[in-house]
Each structure stands twice: as structure tokens, then as C-alpha cells.
Write a protein that binds this ligand. Structure first.
Ligand code: HEC
Length: 198
């Protein structure tokens, strides 16, 4: 009998806390929940920027045996000014609705002409002076420099996908971008198509 009682007592000790846990909702601190477990806004933003592939187009690359990888010294600095785009038959590309890019994936040729990936570092030639409002408008409405009067951003910037991000996510991304070491690089203006568009 004594043995049974001991067993019961032991079971009770182990089971009680777990019953309690399932009955009461464990509240995580609001702040932590909003940052999805990241310690601060910048760390969450870094995760978002890294997983959404911004480096694919916005970071110049170094070529390796396995293909191009981001050149971390110039991370997110956009198409390097002065980097010549290899000459290519643009009218064939445009007429056939094709696209081509350089080996940095920073210059894109297609029926829209040539677009150059922007500098997203904390330098003034990047997004260093941007407000949250500008960044949200650029991503959500696809407006150049996030200005109301800004032209529409060209392909292949996938802003219609990123437009689905909420304000907190976008603000976290900008907070992180503002910590990216500044690279002074004024990206060239886009070029119009060489053939008349139908
Ligand atoms: C597939 C390539 C590609 C990817 C991926 C990409 N971008 Fe872009 N992005 C571009 C290009 C090209 C431009 C320039 C478009 C233009 O000049 O109209 C651009 C422009 C921008 C601009 C506007 C800059 C300005 O001065 O107005 C912002 C902001 C931006 N990208 C942020 C991002 C962020 C943040 C990510 C990741 C979440 C990202 N981009 C991913 C290609 C890309």
C-alpha cells in the first residue's frame, strides 16, 4: 500500500506542472513575440533581408568554383558604378521578351531597357537618409526612392512580393539596412530600351 502511495505521489508531482501548462496560456513577453524571438529589431531585420534574397541582386559578387557569391566587403551596395555591362545584342533580347544579367546579378537587360540594382547600404548614396515612410512606400508601392512622385521601380525588383510584408517587418528590415557598413556607390540611372516597345 505504501509503495502504491509513493508511486501516486510521484506521478502527481510530474503530472501537475504539465496540466497547469496546458490549462494556462503561457504569455511570451509582447516585445519578444513581435520580434519573433530575435533580440532586437535589427537582428530580426537581418534575418528577413538574408532569407528574402536581397543579396542576390543588390550585392556585387566574387566568382567561385561554385558560382557567384556575395562580396561581403561591398555587401548590398548595388550595381558597382563604373562596372561596364558586357556588350550584348539588346534588340534581340528586347524583341523576344528575353532577359539577361551580368555575373554580379546587379545589371538586368530586358524589354524594359537596363535596370541596375540599388545601393541599400547605410551610406547617403544608399538608404542612409531614408525615412521609414520612404522605405515602406518603395517596397509596398514600388516607387523610386519611396517618394510619392517617384517613378515605378523596374524589373526584376520583386516589390509586388515584398509588398505583402507588414509595417513591422519592413521597419525591421530598414533598421537592419541602416547598420550595413556604408559603401559610397552612386548606381547608374536605368537605360531605356533600344527598340521601340509595341
Ligand atoms: C531579382 C533581383 C532583386 C532582388 C531579389 C531584390 N531587388 Fe531590390 N532592386 C532590384 C533592382 C534591379 C532595382 C532597381 C530598380 C529600378 O531602378 O527601377 C531594385 C531597387 C530596389 C529599391 C529601390 C531603391 C531606390 O533608390 O529607389 C529598394 C528599396 C530595394 N530594391 C530593396 C530590396 C530589398 C529590401 C530586397 C530584399 C527583400 C530586394 N530589393 C531584392 C533588384 C532586386
Amino acid at each position: 500500500m505504501k509503495k502504491r502511495f509513493t508511486l501516486f505521489a510521484v506521478l502527481l508531482i510530474y503530472l501537475l506542472p504539465s496540466c497547469q501548462e496546458t490549462n494556462t496560456k503561457v504569455e511570451t513577453p509582447k516585445e519578444t513575440h513581435e520580434l519573433l524571438g530575435y533580440s532586437n529589431q535589427e537582428a530580426w531585420g537581418e534575418h528577413l533581408v538574408a532569407t528574402m534574397g536581397c543579396d542576390d541582386c543588390h550585392s556585387p559578387k566574387v566568382m567561385t568554383e561554385k558560382g557567384p557569391i556575395p562580396n561581403l566587403a561591398f555587401r548590398l551596395s548595388g550595381h558597382p558604378a563604373g562596372e561596364v555591362v558586357p556588350s550584348i545584342d539588346r534588340s534581340t533580347i528586347e524583341k523576344n521578351g528575353m532577359a539577361a544579367c551580368n555575373s554580379h546579378f546587379t545589371a538586368w537587360i530586358g524589354p524594359w531597357g537596363i535596370s541596375y540594382a540599388a545601393n541599400l547600404t547605410s551610406d547617403p548614396s544608399g538608404i542612409g537618409n531614408w525615412s521609414e515612410e520612404q522605405f515602406i512606400r518603395a517596397i509596398r508601392e514600388g516607387k523610386y526612392k519611396g517618394l510619392e512622385s517617384g517613378r515605378e521601380l523596374l524589373p526584376p525588383m520583386p516589390w509586388p512580393n515584398y509588398a505583402k510584408l507588414n509595417d513591422k517587418e519592413l521597419k525591421a528590415m530598414l533598421a537592419y539596412l541602416k547598420t550595413v557598413p556604408p559603401v559610397a556607390n552612386v548606381v547608374p540611372a536605368p537605360e531605356p530600351p533600344v527598340t521601340a516597345m509595341k
